[in-house]
Structures are given as C-alpha cells and as structure tokens.
Ligand binder design. Structure first.
Ligand code: PEP
Ligand code: MN
Length: 337
C-alpha cells in the first residue's frame, strides 16, 4: 500500500502517522519526489482502515499495490535510483559503459584491456575471477589472484571494478570490489542475495537464463529488503527455441523493467548473443530502447581468450561500439518522456 501525502504536510501529524503505522507492525518507506512525498507500507496491510487514513488532513490519496515486490516497485519510489560508483552515475541520463574480459587471465591482459576501454569511454572495468562454467573441465578463473589483478588494473587506470561472486564464502574477498555481480546462474540463490542485502555494496543482478522479469525483480527485492537499495538489473538474454544466437536478447525487458521498478537497467549484448559481430547492432538497439548502460566483453586477443572469445570484442571494435552508442544516446527512448 502507498500513502500519497499532501504538499507541505504538517510534520507533527506526519510523525504521529508514522508511529501509528509502525505500531501496526508495518515498515514505512519514505520517498520524497519533486512534486510528491510517498509513504510505502511493507507488511500485512489488510487490517489497515483505508477510510480512516484517507480522512487525515495530510493524506492526498491511498493506493493498494498488487505486485508482490515493494521496495523495488516504481510505485513506492517514483524517482529513478542512481548508483554512483567512481565517475559513473548508473541510472541517470548518462549511458554507462562497463567493459573488460570475460575472465581475468594475467596482469598484462587485464591492465592493457583496462587502459584501452577507459580511453574509449568505459567508466568501469569488468573481469571474472570466479567463473561459472558449464563444463567442470573448462577454465574456472584465477579466483583470489584474479581479484588481486583486477585491483592492480584499478590502481593503474582509476577504473572501478565489477566482478562476479559465486558463493557466500567468497564475500570477504570482495571487500575492495566496487560492484558485486550476481550471475544469471545465481539469480535465485536466495541465501546469497540475503547476505548481499546486508552489505552496502552495489549489486549487479543478472537475469536468470529462464527467469521472468517478475522473478528478476523479486530477486532484487531479496537484496533490498536487507537494506541494500543499490541494485542494478541486467538483461543478458534468455533461453528460447532459437539456436542461431547463444541466447535471445529480450530487449522489451528494458522499458518493461524501467516501468516496473526504479532501478537502473543494463544490457549485456555479449552473453545474450554469444557472437562478437552481433554486439554492435544489439548495443545500438539496447541504447535506443533506453538502457542505462551496457556491459560488454572485450579481450586483447579474442581467438586465444580462455573464456568467451567468440563473443569478445577487440579494443578497436569496442571503440567503434562506444562511439556509435554515445552518438545515438540523445535520441534514445526515455521512461520519463
Ligand atoms: C559473465 O558476465 O561473465 C557471466 C558469466 O554472465 P551471465 O551470468 O550472464 O552468464
Ligand atoms: Mn563471459
């Protein structure tokens, strides 16, 4: 349920109302917008007397929320959430590019990719240290050492870093990682999500391979109910009957999620297509559809990459993608217009 307050509501009456709602075992979430202040109520509101609330001087309107997600709901929080990391404002009007290799492979590799993607306009560096590979015989990542190399690349370039956590036990190693990624395979690892909700780190939450958008948002809700509101959603392609690309990029997810929630929405054109030649057209399309940013795999030597070389761009290809997406950004769809 949300309570929309009248402009300039009396602060004493407001405090009384909040205390009364808390006595009813409801959690009160305040959201101050430009025009309106909204109180989101979390908990069992079935016994709340709506007519009594509506009659209060300070109340403009009351709405029941049908959706099962509250904290992530746009109705609770009409303004966009903006996650600030380094120089990036993810969720604002800027298009944020996150780029880097699928996996960190060596100091030379990660530092050289970091420098080139930064020169092309990327604001964050990605790199997997713990890799969720389909085959147990495939390269599993450099683990702790991979995170250390990422930190060295951060020191050299100043780019904040994004890396994937696969298990709760790894959390202590992520202290200096700027954004913790939860991969598609872990989107419904609820214990992990709850623990991340108790941290104050931004979380990049990728859509599960066969998850609906509502399931994705409910996973974000798990993080947010713990108190961590810095959640970034990512559409990375889903499983369909189509086999000509690695996955099917569901671009309608972008405007749908922007309407359902106030959280930033990124698109991953690399994992959604699995083919480097498709990354440019899908990056342009995602930008046009209103994505807040793109996360793109870039490798200094894609044919010899230890993971996902077929979908990785060379630094030159990334530079071209970056120039083109920045060029079309002013013409892209905006949720607010
Ligand atoms: C990745 O970003 O490296 C990754 C494994 O992505 P996803 O979880 O979307 O497959
Ligand atoms: Mn990858």
């Amino acid at each position: 349920m949300v309570i929309i307050l009248k402009e300039n509501a009396d602060s004493h009456q407001l405090e009384n109302l909040i205390s009364w709602l808390r006595e009813q075992n409801l959690k009160v979430h305040m959201s101050e917008g430009v025009k309106q202040t909204i109180m989101g109520l979390i908990g069992d509101t079935t016994a709340v007397d709506i007519d009594m609330l509506k009659a209060l001087d300070i109340v403009e309107d009351i709405k029941r929320i049908q959706e099962p997600f509250k904290n992530a709901n746009r109705k609770f929080h009409p303004l966009d959430t903006v996650v600030n990391v380094g120089e990036a404002f993810i969720g604002s009007d800027e298009l944020v590019l996150i780029a880097g290799p699928c996996s960190v492979e060596s100091r030379e590799q990660i530092c050289s990719v970091a420098k080139s993607v930064k020169a092309s306009g990327a604001k964050l560096l990605r790199g997997g240290a713990f890799k969720p590979r389909t085959s147990p015989y495939a390269f599993q990542g450099l683990r702790e050492n991979g995170l250390e190399l990422l930190l060295e690349a951060k020191k050299e370039t100043g780019l904040p870093i994004v890396s994937e956590i696969m298990d709760l036990s790894q959390l202590r190693l992520f202290e200096n990682v700027d954004i913790i990624q939860v991969g598609a395979r872990n989107m419904q690892n609820y214990e992990l999500l709850k623990e991340l909700g108790r941290t104050n780190k931004p979380v990049l939450l990728k859509r599960g391979l066969s998850s609906t958008l509502s399931e994705l948002v409910l996973s974000a809700e798990y993080i947010m109910t713990g108190g961590n509101e810095q959640v970034i959603l990512c559409e990375r392609g889903i499983r369909t009957f189509e086999t000509s690309a690695r996955n099917t990029l569901d671009l309608s997810a972008v405007p749908i999620l922007r309407g359902m929630t106030h959280l930033p929405v990124l698109v991953d054109p690399s994992h959604s297509t699995g083919i480097s030649k498709l990354v440019l057209p899908m990056s342009l399309a995602a930008t046009a559809a209103g994505a807040n940013g793109l996360i793109i795999e870039v490798h200094n030597d894609p044919p010899h990459a230890l993971c996902d070389g077929q979908q990785s761009l060379t630094p030159e290809m990334f530079d071209d993608v970056a120039r083109r997406v920045f060029a079309i950004k002013p013409f892209s769809y905006s949720f607010h217009s």
